[in-house]
Design a protein around this ligand. Structure first.
Ligand code: OGA
Ligand code: NI
Length: 350
């Protein structure tokens, strides 16, 4: 049985009620070195912004200019923002609106979808689920959208009304966009257009809708701790509040990605980094929160199939492989996640 509102509030780490307090409970307080160094709204102009308007242009010079921008960004940054990406703006804003409304639902309604051990999706509000000591200041809702057979309608809320239709359209659009970018990477490496996709066996997609409530002491906590994404490629929609930050020097300095209305933030994960033998980067990122407003982001995480073998798709003569022996993605993923938890524990050691 799902807890009622009173019971939910009694849960120590239940964020929707904590955001109204004046202080942050100890479970959310990070070690000094891990606390935010740059404000959520100190936006950087350095993260590349790329127009996709000409990505399929008949004019090959225009098309290759877009390809070059994508490749430069992913070699040097591992992340960029895509504008003019062709995804219907009405669909994007409907997805954002309906997602926001999910988090406004009463606690007991959200908790009906709570992801408990063994479930592959649902509503989560505590890091303890993943064995981490320090809590992130976020709630999220996650579900598998591809392969289509993995859609579990019991985990897709019926509320708010209209949600499912919008989600389906949104997921499909993100899938297409991700595939297009992977084609560009494949061609750039001198491979067949479908090489990255084939290395995935089948492209899976997990959608994660993050909600970061306002935080009374944002200088002490993180919305989401520092990490790289494990999968192939991530397409993220964020609202205009700001909070996503990247580091290129192991956490010494941070840049806040400037929100652009309707743009997608696109970054590669560890899988793509391995396939390219490190040519393309998987950027470390985190989320900081603020005391004025909540923030919403929607990530479409493209993954290979669990049993896809991970290995460099191409090596130059004499180039050393990052991975000596091919491993299944499942194995790679499990190792990375375990390792991340260990590193996080080490960083948060009193
Ligand atoms: C993630 C992530 C960034 C954000 O969910 O992996 O990095 O801005 N999210 O919410
Ligand atoms: Ni991430």
């Amino acid at each position: 049985m799902a807890p009622n509102l009173e019971q939910a509030k009694a849960l120590k780490h239940f964020l929707p009620s904590l955001s109204k307090e004046l202080t942050v409970p100890g479970a959310f307080i990070r070690n000094e070195a891990e606390r935010p160094k740059v404000a959520h709204d100190a936006f950087s102009n350095d993260v590349p912004i790329i127009s996709f308007a000409d990505i399929d242009s008949a004019d090959s010079a225009r098309r290759s200019a877009v390809f070059r921008n994508i490749v430069d960004a992913l070699e040097n940054w591992g992340i960029f923002q895509a504008i003019d990406h062709g995804v219907n703006p009405m669909l994007v804003s409907a997805m954002a609106d309906l997602s926001t409304r999910f988090f406004q639902l009463p606690a007991e309604e959200k908790l009906r979808f709570e992801m408990t051990a063994g479930k592959r999706g649902g509503y989560v509000f505590s890091n303890h689920m993943f064995g981490e000591e320090i809590e992130n200041w976020r709630e999220f809702f996650t579900f598998f959208s591809y392969p289509v057979e993995s859609r579990d309608s019991a985990m897709w809320p019926e509320q708010p009304k209209g949600w499912r239709e919008v989600v389906e359209g949104y997921c499909e659009a993100n899938m297409k966009l991700a595939s297009r970018i992977l084609e560009v990477l494949s061609e750039t490496m001198g491979l067949e257009k479908g090489a990255f996709k084939e290395a995935c066996l089948q492209m899976d997609q997990m959608v994660l809708v993050n909600f970061y409530p306002r935080c009374p002491q944002p200088e002490l906590a993180l919305g989401l701790r520092r990490h790289t994404d494990p999968g192939t490629i991530t397409i993220l929609l964020q609202d205009l509040v700001g909070g996503l930050q990247i580091t290129r020097d192991g956490g010494r300095t941070w840049l806040t990605v400037k929100p652009i209305d309707g743009a997608f933030v696109i970054n590669l994960g560890e899988h793509a980094r391995c396939l390219s033998n490190g040519r393309f980067a998987a950027v470390e990122h985190q989320v900081v929160v603020n005391s004025n407003s909540s923030r919403l982001s929607i990530g479409a995480f493209q993954y290979p199939a669990q049993d896809a073998l991970v290995y460099p798709l191409k090596l130059a003569k004499g180039e050393k492989p990052l991975i000596e022996k091919p491993v299944s993605f499942k194995e790679m993923y499990t190792k990375k996640m375990q390792c991340d938890v260990e590193v996080a524990k080490e960083r948060e050691k009193p």
